[in-house]
Design a protein around this ligand. Structure first.
Ligand SMILES: [Ca+2]
Length: 340
């Protein structure tokens, strides 16, 4: 999730004698003597750029503050910050969502009765007029960083409505999750035909009524998603039945230990990992405490990490996967610990 910037020098210099001295605080590289350097920024933020050019006639320097603005579209779930998409704007798919091309597609419309019984803009798939039986249409969310910690619970909720046409036309709906930016997907939910219906069969083009909307809630943490950056793929499967409607995709977290993620996390190393119960922690973060939790969230061991490198001996830990929670007054983050 890096952002690469190509810089081009437009200074009025005498090339034969010119030299360039770029400064890119926060970038990689952070400085360059090339005329047209390439710089990678790996965290969202605003960055200054300074260019000093020198030729036979002297030296000139210019700094432009906040010249680079890198906006990461990852939504971060905390106790107070949920993710919500109501499909209510004129932009579809929503910003940073994806709508891969297929034989039919998700769209938006304003229905007379949304889940609140008032007109509402929703996303839908038209299985009534389109016959591409067996084909799938994808609607993929932006990246969402789930809450972390042993007591965190992350939920996906969404509203949907579907009548179906008849028992011979079983349109389907599936939800897939990716934790690797869309490279691979795992299905967490799927239903077809009668199992998907929120009201009885309708043999004409159907619009939802007030009482035909339902809300589903999926506990992502129970499915093993905790502290992951996920994308959610809503899959509609055509069987020439009737329209499927969806609204109000929400991802929310509860009991999340920390609102601060990542910062400094890269400066901590556990090695070896996996290990036999004896391992070292190397860090430049001051005054860290640690707690080792088992898979049930029970604290097994805790202590301080007083030095930049500390050896930790665990006692009587069975083989398995544990969580280590690190925290000081400024931050909390977790790592997996594998005991062989
Ligand atoms: Ca809506």
């Amino acid at each position: 999730m890096n952002d690469t910037v190509f810089f081009v020098d437009h200074s009025a210099v005498r090339l034969a004698s010119a030299s360039w001295n770029w400064s890119f605080p926060g970038g990689n590289p952070s400085s360059s003597n090339l005329e047209n350097p390439v710089v990678v920024y790996n965290q969202a933020g605003n960055y200054d750029v300074t260019l000093t050019v020198t030729d036979a006639f002297g030296t000139s320097s210019q700094t432009i503050n906040n010249f680079i603005t890198y906006i990461d579209t990852t939504s971060i779930i905390t106790n107070s910050n949920n993710y919500q998409e109501g499909f209510d704007t004129n932009i579809f798919p929503p910003q940073a969502w994806q709508l891969p091309s297929s034989s039919f597609s998700w769209g938006t419309m304003i229905v007379d009765t949304g889940i609140n019984c008032y007109p509402n803009k929703v996303t839908y798939v038209d299985h009534y007029n389109i016959s591409q039986r067996g084909d799938e249409a994808y609607l993929i969310s932006n990246k969402v960083k789930l809450g972390s910690g042993s007591t965190a619970v992350n939920y996906l909720t969404y509203d949907y409505a579907y009548s179906g046409f008849s028992a011979a036309h079983n349109d389907g709906f599936r939800i897939d999750i990716s934790t690797d930016c869309g490279a691979s997907w795992d299905s967490i939910y799927g239903a077809f035909g009668a199992d998907l219906q929120t009201t009885g069969y309708v043999t004409s083009q159907w619009q939802p009524t007030c009482d035909s909307w339902k809300t589903d809630s999926i506990n992502l943490t129970n499915l093993g998603y905790n502290n992951d950056t996920i994308m959610v793929r809503f899959v509609s499967i055509n069987d020439y039945g009737n329209l499927f409607y969806m609204d109000n995709v929400n991802i929310k977290g509860e009991n999340i230990l920390s609102n601060i993620f990542l910062s400094g996390e890269e400066n901590l190393h556990i090695f070896p990992n996996p290990n036999n119960g004896k391992f070292s922690i190397q860090t430049k973060i001051n005054n860290l405490n640690y707690s080792i939790l088992n898979s049930l969230g029970k604290k097994i061991q805790s202590g301080k990490i007083p030095l930049e490198k500390s050896e930790i001996k665990t006692t009587d830990l069975e083989s398995g996967v544990y969580l280590i929670i690190f925290n000081n007054t400024k931050k909390t983050f977790t790592r997996k610990l594998v005991i062989n």
